[in-house]
Design a protein around this ligand. Structure first.
Ligand code: CMC
Length: 435
């Protein structure tokens, strides 16, 4: 296992020839054979910086949390294949794995569950903040605001530097709180009383569903949600995780860093895609169900429309999470005896797109969000809450990545350079002289 921040060098350096000078750069190699050119001395040696739109070629860090091979469709948390974890594990066990690097023993699992239970009451002030939002406010805005507000209620964990003992408290605290926040905001939006957590009675996932509905929870529903949360738990240096790390690199506290992750996840190109997929499928349905028309729209460069739930920055073969979700989707709909016409549209759309040259050439496949919305819908989770469900799943990943970052001795504040393309120097003019 590679230790974060300590990447072994390979014997063969990379060479750059520029302006008559030859400069050598060390090449480092990760535990799965990924190699990276270490350009730390580039600017000092050459005056040059690199330009990398969307960080498509930039490794922002070394990390021992998650391994992803987009070409082969591999995803592993701490070395464990996602398929095995989705089949055999629980979301809480996986959260522990991400945070501590190993699957918990029975004693450690009990301890972790105890930590979640210990922090499962929510302060009245946070409830007041949630209730103060208009009923139609988007749950992601409420989640972000409530998470950063926790910093005011837990000053003891609101420093950039935390001791091991403080981290052992604050990570389960945030998990317990985000679960409550997500359920409370739903109840508040419906004008219903808030239902508090009952960690002694229910497991984490069942408790969340109980808090949302106030009713007995079907174990099949709880099981399906458990799988979804496991599949979303981490995804290495994606947009929201990179945001968590970037904000955390300024030594901002963990609440502020995680709140930034929630904000980044909200966008429709990232976690917001699950909501956008259902809205797109509903649009196709309302339009008469002709998905071929929408494929033409997605291919038309004069049209901003994209096939939501398709494509991925890293997966260029298939998204292993999408494979598991598609199967889970069939299973849960069958078990709950639900016939959702949107599923038929989704399957038709997928089939058509996968044989279309445009999608084949660009290696665009269904991603994790393509079928997840249909499951959330079957579980009676409202569409505007889908991305909050993603956030609930991703939280232990954000925490593990934040933890890894603050524990890396050589960590620097994230501060990219730019290539300036604005005006060169000019001088101030009095307002009367301006044209
Ligand atoms: N529909 C139509 N065309 C697409 C799509 C799509 N969903 N995705 C990419 N393309 C085209 C894009 O127009 C471009 O074409 P061209 O080469 O002719 O200019 C080419 O494919 C490459 O796309 P890109 O935008 O440069 O690729 P990217 O790696 O920057 O973007 C993406 C990845 C996920 C943002 C993008 O595929 C997309 O917008 N997908 C739809 C939104 C979505 O489902 N997001 C969820 C991602 S999975 C959840 C998560 O982990 O965040």
């Amino acid at each position: 296992m590679t230790v974060a921040g300590k990447m072994p060098m390979t014997s063969k350096p990379a060479e750059l020839n520029y302006d008559g000078h030859k400069i050598e750069f060390q090449v480092t190699e990760g535990s799965e054979g990924e190699r990276g050119i270490d350009i730390n001395k580039l600017r000092d040696a050459t005056g040059l910086v690199t330009i990398d739109n969307g960080f498509m070629n930039t490794a922002a860090t070394s990390s021992a949390v998650t391994f992803l091979d987009g070409e082969k469709g591999i995803l592993r948390y701490r070395g464990y294949p996602i398929e095995e974890l989705a089949e055999k594990s629980t979301f809480i066990e996986v959260s522990y794995l991400l945070l501590y690097g190993e699957l918990p023993t029975a004693t450690r699992l009990k301890w972790f569950e105890g930590q979640l239970a210990k922090h499962s009451d929510t302060k009245e002030g946070i409830k007041t903040i949630i209730k103060a939002f208009p009923k139609e406010a988007h749950p992601m805005g409420i989640a972000s605001a409530a998470v950063v507000a926790l910093s005011g209620f837990y000053p003891e964990y609101s420093e950039g530097h935390l001791t091991e003992a403080q981290k052992d408290e604050v990570f389960p605290l945030l998990m317990a709180q985000l679960k409550n926040i997500a359920a409370y905001q739903y109840r508040a939006s419906q004008g219903k009383d808030l239902v508090d957590a009952q960690p002694k009675k229910f497991d984490y996932v069942t408790d969340f569903l109980f808090q949302m509905t106030g009713k007995d929870v079907d174990p099949e529903v709880s099981k399906a949600l458990n799988i979804l949360l496991i599949l979303h738990a981490d995804h290495e240096q994606n947009c929201s995780t990179s945001s968590v790390r970037l904000v955390g690199s300024s030594q901002a506290n963990v609440f502020a860093s995680i709140s930034a992750g929630v904000d980044a996840l909200w966008g429709p190109l990232h976690g917001g895609a699950n909501q956008a997929v259902i809205e797109m499928l509903q649009e196709i349905q309302a339009d008469g169900g002709d998905y071929k028309k929408f494929i033409l729209k997605a291919k038309n460069k004069d049209d901003n429309f994209r096939l939501m739930g398709f494509g991925h920055r890293v997966y260029k073969n298939f998204d292993p999470r999408a494979k598991i979700i598609k199967k889970a989707c069939d299973t849960i709909l069958e078990k709950l005896k639900i016939k959702d016409p949107l599923l038929a549209i989704a399957k038709g759309l997928e089939e058509e797109a996968l044989k279309d040259q445009y999608f084949v050439e660009r290696k665009l496949y269904p991603n994790v969000d393509f079928y997840s919305g249909i499951i959330y819908k079957a579980l009676n989770i409202p569409t505007n809450m889908f991305t909050v469900m993603f956030a609930l799943g991703r939280l232990p990943g954000w925490e593990a990545q934040w933890k890894e970052m603050v524990e890396t001795p050589s960590i620097k504040i994230g501060r990219p350079r730019q290539i300036y393309v604005g005006s060169t120097e000019r001088h101030y003019q009095a307002i009367t002289e301006r044209k």
